[in-house]
Design a protein. Structure first.
Length: 102
């Protein structure tokens, strides 16, 4: 069984027992979360598509950890002007464990 869920403005395919990284969510380690914006569910070939969300479906998850992603380097340059700028960015993420799809 899997589901397509809208979490923090992004869509993720989730399955029970899977760990995923999402944009930083409110809460501490061990807190339980519930996501009600389920777009699609598939239960062994029985597919339900929501308009826009599947009624009565939700996904329960637990916060595993708050982490930062790998550094992304942003380099800007204007040729023949002597202008160069290098910036780095690390996105804040939350790792969650999918407990149940109901």
């Amino acid at each position: 069984m899997y589901a397509i869920v809208d979490i923090a403005g992004q869509q993720f395919k989730v399955e029970k027992g899977r760990r995923i990284f999402v944009n930083r969510l409110q809460g501490e380690k061990g807190d339980s979360l519930e996501f009600g914006k389920v777009l699609l569910t598939d239960n062994e070939g029985v597919v339900k598509v929501g308009t826009p969300y599947v009624e009565g479906a939700n996904v329960k998850a637990t916060i595993v950890d708050h982490v930062k992603a790998d550094k992304v380097l942003v380099f800007k340059k204007k040729r023949r002007k002597g202008y160069q700028k290098l910036n780095g960015h690390r996105q804040c993420l939350t790792q969650i464990l999918i407990e149940e799809i109901a």
